[in-house]
Write a protein that binds this ligand. Structure first.
Ligand code: AGP
Length: 364
């Protein structure tokens, strides 16, 4: 990919539209249909090592941390290994217990984020095994880790990360499948996930084909001073990332909450001036999510749902194509990247270079 704008008004718009190709690149040459698994050449982790992993800890910052949260859920679901994600910026300051049976994964677009690099160096000093999930080839984090996965998103210029987030989550899907197939994930489930992964580029094109509708919706909600983003389990990190995207480019205040936590406090904020964006996948939590929409509607809250089917309680629904439950988070945030972009555009923001932010944070 060149740095040419290719007819787009911003790099953010260009990079959002590069996602189908980027995902295709992340999958290329990695799928092994014969054994319903994937080959990850640079991982440096054989089947015996993979089986010895007792826990996975993912470290990243900002958008990459959110990708890690989705990745942790994928690893738990597909490989049944306890996994969680933590901001690297917190981890490195809290004198963490470093455990030899834990696999640590540092996730970073630039591969240069100082907080992530410092966490990797501390882990290495304590003898931990650390993998990198990185976009920039040969970057500091890629060099310092014991092996890893390049996410192959191509150059990302806009300060606000879009295609790289998507490719990180796809790469976590590949890792989860690989770890799963060295453990208890069946051939049939491996096949099911591979079929889901193969559908992604076409489904991304389908979502981006809906751009005109998303532009209209962004204009409807651009008057909000503050917005609530909610999701449950797989949808919660999607809500967090969408909320960060909106904050970064539009400077509208946004909060992300698990839908299950609404009644424990944030419901007090709901009123017509505080719209909610709800992630509502067609999975085992659909009815629970619908109940949350009812609670919001009962308080006269405006609702924009991102869902696999029209939601009766929502004022508007962006319908996205359904994939396998475990892979749905890869797709559900994409319309909200466009939502953030069009909101910022309507407000005349400096989309590629939001105030106060830098593409890579290489200082403390
Ligand atoms: C993304 O939109 C942000 N600008 C920011 O949160 C970023 O993801 C974070 O600084 C981490 O960067 P990295 O992926 O290059 O490590």
């Amino acid at each position: 990919e060149s740095y040419d704008m290719g007819g787009h008004d911003t790099y953010m718009h260009k990079e959002i539209h590069e996602q189908a190709d980027a995902v295709d690149r992340a999958l290329r040459g990695r799928i092994d249909d014969r054994f319903s698994t994937v080959h990850l050449g640079g991982l440096n982790l054989d089947a015996r090592d993979a089986r010895a992993v007792r826990r996975v800890k993912i470290l990243g910052c900002g958008t990459s941390y959110h990708a890690g949260q989705i990745g942790a859920q994928m690893i738990e679901e597909l490989a049944r290994i306890p996994a969680d994600a933590e901001p690297a910026s917190e981890f490195r300051y809290r004198n963490p217990v470093v455990d030899p049976d834990t696999l640590y994964i540092a996730v970073s677009q630039s591969g240069e984020t100082y907080d992530v690099l410092a966490a990797v160096q501390e882990l290495k000093r304590k003898g931990a095994r650390v993998l990198g999930l990185v976009n920039v080839v040969g970057s500091a984090i890629a060099r310092e880790t014991d092996g890893g996965i390049y996410v192959h998103a191509g150059p990302e210029v806009c300060v606000v990360s879009t295609k790289c987030f998507t490719n990180m989550v796809v790469s976590f899907g590949l890792l989860a499948l690989h770890l799963g197939r060295t453990r208890d994930l069946s051939v049939a489930d491996g096949k099911r996930i591979i079929e889901g992964l193969r559908k992604l580029p076409g489904q991304i094109e389908e979502i981006l084909g809906n751009e005109a509708e998303i532009e209209k919706l962004a204009a409807e909600y651009a008057d909000a001073k503050s917005m609530m983003f909610i999701g449950r389990v797989r949808g919660y990190p999607v809500a967090r990332e969408a909320s960060l995207k909106l904050k970064e480019v539009s400077y509208i205040h946004a909060e992300a909450y698990p839908a299950s936590e609404l009644k424990h406090g944030p419901l007090a904020l709901i009123e017509p001036a505080m719209p909610t964006v709800a992630i509502v996948p067609d999975d085992e939590l659909l009815e629970k999510n619908r109940a949350a929409l009812e609670e919001i509607k009962a308080r006269s809250g405006r609702i924009l749902a991102v869902a696999h089917q029209e939601q009766e309680k929502a004022d508007h629904t962006i319908v996205v194509p359904k994939n396998e439950d475990e892979l749905d988070p890869i797709l559900m945030g994409i319309p909200l990247q466009l939502f953030a972009y069009y909101t910022a555009k309507a407000m005349g923001r400096d989309i590629d270079k939001p105030r106060n932010l830098a593409k890579s944070v290489t200082v403390e």
